[in-house]
Design a protein around this ligand. Structure first.
Ligand code: ADP
Length: 460
């Protein structure tokens, strides 16, 4: 509506401006032409007056009639004034013989001006000198000319302009309607599709529009929708994974419990065995739930971090001390190498979790008798932790998904070692919360290296 009204008003303004300008310039030009022709005719007449020595006494009938005729043709009046300011000819005869006391006539006679024009409603008055061949002024003529013909023509043109105005207004009304329709059509389509979006349909917007701005807008919306779709898909996948993971231990427990119930006089050893299996499943369920809760906590913004200066050497040593007994059982050697003392501003709980996941994995996915090498270094901005093992490695095609929730390369092995598939997702979240980065290099059969980079000072 706004586009329609503004376009219409604008076109009206343009039409009014141009038509009034046109009319005015036409009027000015016609008056100018008319006055010029009057002036010319007056000077011709002036010549004749001088040639025939026209005076009030020697009134020449022929010339006098000619003057009358000329005045008539102009629907006006001509006064001829001699050098003594006496009116020797008045086509109205009223003032003939009288003396002219008119300031402008004095000026003309004195040669101060070569013409004087005065506009009066429908008339124009023009005063010109009568000059001889030697440019000496021998009197003046006052011609009053009717401009009625110009006024009439002007009115005629005005009527035509009005008709044209109405016609152009109609045209601009139609144009305004079409333009507003075209420009609004894209927006209407866009808002229609956007309201569908808010109802939950994540379809891409597709509108044929003629405006670059709208195309850009739809492109950015489509990019946003694509992103939302990916998020939605990963959310759905996550929910189905969570349900599946939580269901597995419960199904096992039900099978165990059912088989106990179905048998009569269950031997106590069997009863104990089944019950301990069930406890294992419960522990597994608890671990999944705990990992899920941790994941949710590390999914939040970095504002949730509990930052304090922490000695990273001490932190890693403590983690390694905890893992060593587990590694020793499988004859895996765990070595820590520190290149310098590092104090960094971090959330100790969250980063401990991240590093312990990496170190635990290096042990879990290692071969018996293998090695785990953990090193710590720093520069003026970051500290770097490297966890290197010579274990099973990760195939190239799995490396991109390794940080995704519930993703495991070898499901059976992960399950055997009590893995939930959430460890690396938690690790990556915790590192990203610290504005850090994690990278992975792995060769199947050779081993895996994770490198972590964390800023020494908190980055907000
Ligand atoms: P999980 O609880 O299964 O260990 P993670 O998220 O910690 O889950 O790891 C995901 C998967 O990545 C693991 O199941 C394993 O297949 C693979 N993985 C992680 N760390 C290593 C490693 N150091 N060596 C080989 N494979 C690894």
């Amino acid at each position: 509506m706004l586009i329609f009204v503004s376009f219409f008003l604008l076109s009206q303004l343009v039409i009014i401006f141009f038509s009034s300008m046109l009319q005015r310039s036409y009027t000015d030009k016609s008056i100018e032409e008319k006055l010029l022709s009057v002036q010319n005719q007056c000077s011709i007449l002036g010549n004749q007056i001088l040639v025939y020595k026209f005076t009030i006494e020697t009134s020449q009938d022929n010339l006098s009639a000619e003057i009358d005729q000329l005045a008539n043709s102009w629907q006006g009046r001509i006064l001829v004034i001699d050098p003594k300011y006496q009116i020797v000819k008045d086509t109205y005869t009223i003032d003939q013989g009288n003396y002219m006391v008119y300031d402008e006539v004095f000026r003309i006679m004195r040669g101060e001006k070569d013409r004087n024009i005065r506009m009066l409603d429908d008339y124009a008055e023009i005063i010109v000198p009568i000059v001889n061949a030697d440019k000496v002024i021998h009197g003046a003529m006052i011609a009053t000319v009717s401009l009625q013909d110009i006024v009439d023509t002007n009115e005629h043109i005005a009527t035509q302009v009005r008709v044209l105005h109405v016609l152009f207004s109609l045209l601009s009304l139609i144009a305004a309607f079409i333009i507003s329709k075209i420009s609004v059509r894209g927006i209407e389509k866009l808002s229609g599709q956007l309201s569908e979006l808010s109802e939950g349909h994540l379809d891409n917007i597709n509108i044929n529009v003629y405006f670059d701005e709208l195309t850009e807008l739809t492109d950015s919306y489509n990019a946003l929708i694509d992103k939302m779709r990916v998020t939605e898909e990963s959310r759905q996948e996550f929910v189905s994974n969570v349900s599946h993971e939580l269901k597995t231990p419960i199904t096992s427990m039900k099978v165990l419990a059912d088989s106990l119930l179905m048998q009569e006089d269950v031997p106590s050893e069997m009863y104990r065995e089944f019950m301990s299996d069930m406890v294992e499943e419960i522990d597994r369920e608890t671990k999944i739930i705990n990992d899920l809760l941790t994941l949710v906590k590390t999914d939040k913004k970095s504002a949730e971090l509990n930052i304090e200066p922490v000695n990273i050497n001490a932190l890693l040593e403590l983690l390694l001390k905890r893992i060593k007994p587990l590694a020793a059982k499988r004859n895996i050697e765990v070595v820590f190498e520190s290149f310098r003392e590092v104090i960094a501003e971090i959330d100790e709980v969250k980063l401990s979790l991240a590093f312990s996941n990496l170190i635990e994995n290096a042990v879990k996915y290692n071969n018996d008798g293998g090695n785990v090498h953990v090193s710590l270094n720093a520069d003026h901005k970051f500290f770097y932790v490297k966890v290197q093992d010579n274990g099973v490695g990760i195939p190239e095609e799995c490396q991109a998904q390794i940080f995704e929730r519930f993703y495991r390369v070898d499901k059976a092995r992960s399950r055997e070692t009590g893995g939930t598939g959430l460890g690396l997702a938690i690790t990556r979240n915790a590192i990203l919360m610290h504005k850090g980065a994690i990278k992975l290099y792995s060769e199947p059969g050779e081993g895996t290296t994770f490198t972590v980079r964390i800023p020494l000072k908190r980055v907000s």
